[in-house]
Design a protein around this ligand. Structure first.
Ligand SMILES: Cc1ncc(COP(=O)(O)O)c(C=O)c1O
Length: 362
């Protein structure tokens, strides 16, 4: 996934999501056609002396750098099909960043305006991409008692919609087009890339759309596959009590409307320290940079492999680790947040890249 900064003496263009703001509408429209069909990389983890192959579904390869490109496209198509969205309308969404980038580039390609309501946890990388893409950006600043901003973001979205009839909320928290994106694309791709031979699929949860879509697909087509939800302490996405959280993308301060009990078998809670340690280990051993929620999913995959004696599982890595140069991959940030000492936190004793990397399936 990572390429050297310089190739043959010429500057490497870097990931597509870093250049979105410089592309024409036609170029962006072509990129809309390239959402999905992401590659997988195979790694082998050793847990309690047993080896398990884990397929990493690298969603950072989407043009916007995350799995949320699929969600955004599905949400926008849903509104277009329903006749709710017209050229010149303004899409609005509450987002921790990745969905905002996805909606910003799709909106620009299709001739809509986009208004992102974010909070101070948004990464500097996503914020600058949003601005380059011409999105209007509101950063809310009133956190609830646990330091979460979701309520304030949703309040702002409702205010904006009430003030202007041409504002259309994509509603990632309630629209059936969110899980549908993953039922129709993410899950069948992964199933095909694994040759139909997975024992478990492990998915981090925020709105629960990815988990619900993947869960429904495997329940229908391969009911023997174990579906595992991954969450962090302090999130109430599936259960639990609210508390302050640090990682973006994973967890929520409201209950998922999509992740119903019938769609998954168990939840594994991963500490933020373990997620960070896993992300760093993957980079060190394989050169692949995944984000914190992908690190949490891989750590959970190791736990599930150990608990159930599994040898072939997959986990979704929702975004590109290069979005976190200023945080997860920044020693100072890690020290400031008490995440620099990883000793004893990894759930596996070894991690290596497996030679076989299945092809991309369109
Ligand atoms: C980095 C990252 N990981 C995981 C998720 C969780 O996805 P979902 O909202 O489908 O549960 C998101 C969603 O925003 C994300 O941005």
């Amino acid at each position: 996934m990572d390429t050297p900064a310089l190739t043959g003496g010429r500057a490497h263009p870097g990931p597509t999501w870093q250049r979105l703001g410089r592309l024409s509408r036609d170029q962006l429209e072509r990129l809309v056609g390239r959402v999905g069909a992401t590659p997988v990389a195979a790694v082998t983890v050793t847990v309690d002396g047993r080896r398990c192959e884990v397929l990493l579904k690298l969603e950072g390869h989407n043009p916007g750098g995350s799995v949320k490109d699929r969600t955004a496209l599905s949400l926008v198509r849903g509104l277009e099909t329903a006749g709710t969205l017209h050229p010149g309308d303004t899409l609005v969404e509450s987002t921790s960043g990745n969905l905002g980038v996805a909606l910003a580039f799709i909106a620009r390609a299709r001739g809509y305006r986009f208004h992102a309501v974010v909070d101070p946890h948004v990464t500097a990388e996503n914020l600058s991409t949003l601005r380059e893409l011409g999105a209007l950006v509101d950063v809310v600043d009133s956190a609830d008692e646990n330091g979460n901003y979701l309520r304030a973001r949703l309040r702002r979205v409702r205010e904006l919609c009430a003030a202007d009839p041409r504002y259309v909320w994509t509603d990632q928290y309630g629209s059936a087009h969110n899980p549908l994106a993953h039922y129709a694309t993410t899950a069948p791709e992964l199933d095909a890339q694994a040759g139909g031979r997975l024992q478990a699929v492990v998915v981090a949860v925020s709105t629960g759309g990815t988990l619900a879509g993947i869960g429904r697909y495997f329940r229908e087509r391969r009911p023997g596959v174990r579906i595992v939800a991954v969450d962090v302490a302090g999130s109430v996405a599936l259960a639990g009590r609210p508390a302050p959280r640090l990682l973006t993308g994973i967890g929520s301060s409201q209950r998922s409307r999509f992740a119903t009990d019938d769609l998954y078998d168990e939840t594994v809670f991963v500490s933020e320290l373990t997620a960070v340690a896993t992300v760093a280990t993957v980079r060190e051993r394989t050169g692949i940079r995944i984000g914190g929620s992908g690190g949490a999913a891989l750590a959970a995959a190791a736990v599930v492999a150990r608990d159930h004696g599994l040898s072939r599982v997959a986990c979704v890595c929702p975004d590109d680790g290069r979005k976190y140069e200023g945080s997860l991959f920044n020693d100072r940030w890690l020290r400031e947040h008490g995440l620099a000492d990883w000793s004893g936190t990894l759930p596996f004793t070894d991690l290596t890249r497996s030679p076989s990397v299945p092809a991309v399936v369109r």
